[in-house]
Design a protein around this ligand. Structure first.
Ligand SMILES: [Zn+2]
Ligand SMILES: [Zn+2]
Length: 288
């Protein structure tokens, strides 16, 4: 525990006694609540139809960037639960900007805090996405695909091979249900095939759950830091500048030489210079 500061602010986590309503129908409370507990924030689930804000699988398109969508969901949760703080998360799968041939999972967790007048977002990125699909006919062996994606821990979706939007089965978690779903989809498809793919909704996708947890832990860290200018919580890194000298050859590395920290509430920013040297193991000049 930190001792009372000279400012007279009481010790203890900044959000002690506060309650945040979380918008989820996909079991995200088990990921987000433990991560935010060190801040003192208690998380309650609010009954909000999060699919109305856009679905992960794309049936309902999302309007705006992921942080804006998450903020709208958090506000709906606050309205439903009658709290002055709300939480939501939003994820997307797509090509990574720096490596377009790789699929990345980018997850955001957002806290809206009306008592402090702030909206704080954090993110986590992973290339371990479990996004995969296979096309097959009834009776064909799907065991290898199932092993590759980690079924049944990772749930599956089955749809007709010709793109028909009927005869789709989601949240498949048993071999029997998978066989039934493949038969149904293949019968409904003009070419007699079925597409089996991973169900990437958060409650059915262990790899996504790990990334959401990581984003939530980063959010907790950010909420633990206050802005030097306005003293509101949620201060932290906004970007890094690479170029920290390599410990062996002294040339600039990809490791951060400076971090720009930023307050989303008042806009104050600072440049924090890194000290020391970069690990030569990651140097592209002396250890390519
Ligand atoms: Zn500030
Ligand atoms: Zn080097």
């Amino acid at each position: 525990m930190t001792p009372p500061g000279r400012s007279g602010r009481p010790p203890g986590p900044r959000y002690q006694g506060r309650i945040a309503a979380l918008a989820t129908r996909h079991g995200k409370e088990s990921l987000i609540a433990p991560a935010l507990a060190p801040c003192g924030l208690r998380v309650v689930v609010a009954d909000v139809d999060t699919d109305a804000f856009g679905t992960f699988t794309g049936e309902i398109p999302r309007r705006g960037d992921p942080v804006q969508v998450a903020e709208r969901k958090a506000r709906a949760a606050m309205a439903a639960a009658g709290t002055d703080a709300g939480l939501a998360s939003e994820g997307s799968f797509g090509p990574h900007p720096a490596a377009p041939f790789l699929t990345a999972d980018l997850e955001f967790v957002v806290l809206v805090d009306d008592r402090h007048g702030i909206t704080v977002a954090e993110q986590a990125l992973s290339f371990d996405t479990a996004a995969a699909a296979v096309t097959l006919r009834p009776g064909e062996d799907v065991g290898r695909f199932c092993a590759q994606v980690g079924f049944p821990g990772q749930a599956l979706i089955c749809r007709p091979g010709d793109g028909t939007r009927d005869h789709i089965t989601k949240a498949i978690t048993t071999p029997g249900a998978l066989r039934t779903a493949v038969d149904l989809a293949a019968r409904g498809s003009r070419d007699g095939t079925a597409i089996v793919e991973t169900d990437l909704r958060a409650h059915l996708c262990p790899t996504r759950r790990a990334v959401i947890s990581q984003a939530a832990r980063r959010l907790a860290e950010r909420l633990g830091r206050t802005c030097p200018a306005c003293a509101r919580p949620g201060y932290g890194a906004s970007r890094h500048e690479p170029g920290l000298p390599c410990g062996q050859c002294g040339l600039p590395s990809q490791a951060p030489a400076a971090t720009i920290t930023w307050c989303s509430a008042c806009g104050f920013q600072q440049r924090e210079t890194a000290t020391g040297a970069a690990d030569p193991a990651g140097c592209e000049f002396c250890n390519p």
